[in-house]
Design a protein around this ligand. Structure first.
Ligand SMILES: C[S@@+](CC[C@H](N)C(=O)[O-])C[C@H]1O[C@@H](n2cnc3c(N)ncnc32)[C@H](O)[C@@H]1O
Length: 305
């Protein structure tokens, strides 16, 4: 923080004040970008600079501030720092999501990951429930997509199996929407008919709610991936991580993935969006070959590296 203040006092915000419509000067922009990276891991690259600047300016107008320095400082200390940061971080991060967004990844879950789990059950190799984690779940579509798929497969078995999906995100407003489990028609049309007819129910107001069979198996938690080191998660069958690591530095991506490996049970899967990280390897993980996907399986029987 000292370094932030020092740079402020040297450079000041004089230009910024007189230049409100054009964004922040270089030094202020760097300070805002590094605060965001420090706290969320999200990198603001030059093409996203305008986005960052306009969101900060917009928020300052809403709360009646004109000095970016004052605003930056109010986020570091004071009674409302945490509350205001929660609002701002929601504005500064990208929340775009869809039901069944990257279909090949879901096909991999349906055609290989769940059958693998069921084989283990049938052969008496294990009796545990199927636990999945939707990382950076935004407004919940990804977590519900997984839960609906698992729900349908489970119901088609002679002996339905137990499953649970946990969605996590740093954005409280997104999690609020996720927990409500209510979506408009446009969103719901992304859900394949086989799941929609069974698990999405139209309400009187024309919105659709995810049925209790699915919401009862899906939970959401506010979690910052920057704190992954201390997550109390373990023995997961599936980690589904799409469109989040791409916003982090390469070093941070590797660190996060390293921790994720520890959360998987031997034989469990990590399914990333293609492009989430290039050329990643880990001694406990083997690459899964499946059309248009990027996935890894934790080696069975291995202990943590
Ligand atoms: C683009 S959305 C991806 C949603 C979903 N995974 C998908 O692929 O459709 C990225 C999400 O990551 C969340 N996010 C960003 N930084 C985070 C962090 N440090 N910890 C937890 N979530 C974070 C954002 O709030 C946002 O909802």
């Amino acid at each position: 923080m000292d370094s932030l203040k020092r740079t402020h006092s040297v450079n000041g915000f004089a230009n910024v004040k007189s230049d409100a419509q054009q964004g922040l000067d270089d030094s202020s922009y760097q300070q805002w970008a590094s605060l965001l990276e420090q706290r969320t891991g999200v990198l603001v690259t030059e093409p996203r600079r305008q986005f960052l600047e306009s969101k900060i300016r917009q928020r300052m107008r809403e709360i009646g501030l004109s000095d970016p320095l004052e605003y930056l400082e109010s986020l570091q200390e004071g009674p409302l720092a945490a509350v205001e940061w929660a609002v701002l971080v929601d504005r500064l991060t990208v929340h775009e999501t869809h039901f069944y967004r990257h279909l090949p990844s879901y096909e991999l879950v349906r055609d290989r990951i769940v059958p693998d789990y069921l084989n283990g059950l049938r052969q008496g190799h294990h009796e545990h429930a199927f636990h999945a984690w939707s990382v950076g779940c935004s407004t919940g579509e990804e977590a519900y997509s997984l839960a609906m798929m698992l729900g349908q497969i489970s119901q088609s078995q002679v002996r339905p199996f137990h499953f649970g999906v946990t969605g996590t995100d740093v954005s409280q407003p997104s999690l609020k929407t996720a927990r409500a489990g209510v979506y408009g028609l446009e969103r719901i049309l992304e859900v394949p008919e086989q799941y929609r007819s069974r698990f999405c129910q139209e309400r009187d107001d024309g919105q659709f709610e995810i049925t209790a069979q699915i919401t009862g198996r899906t939970g959401f938690a506010a979690v910052n991936l920057m704190d992954i080191r201390s997550f109390p998660i373990q023995q997961l069958e599936l980690i589904f991580c799409h469109n989040i690591l791409i916003y982090f530095s390469m070093l941070k991506r590797q660190e996060i993935l390293h921790h994720m490996v520890r959360f998987l049970r031997p034989g469990g899967y990590l399914v990333l969006a293609p492009g989430e990280i290039p050329h990643w390897t880990h001694p406990l993980m083997t690459l899964v070959k499946h059309h248009r996907t990027l996935a890894f399986q934790r080696l069975a029987g291995e202990t943590d590296a």
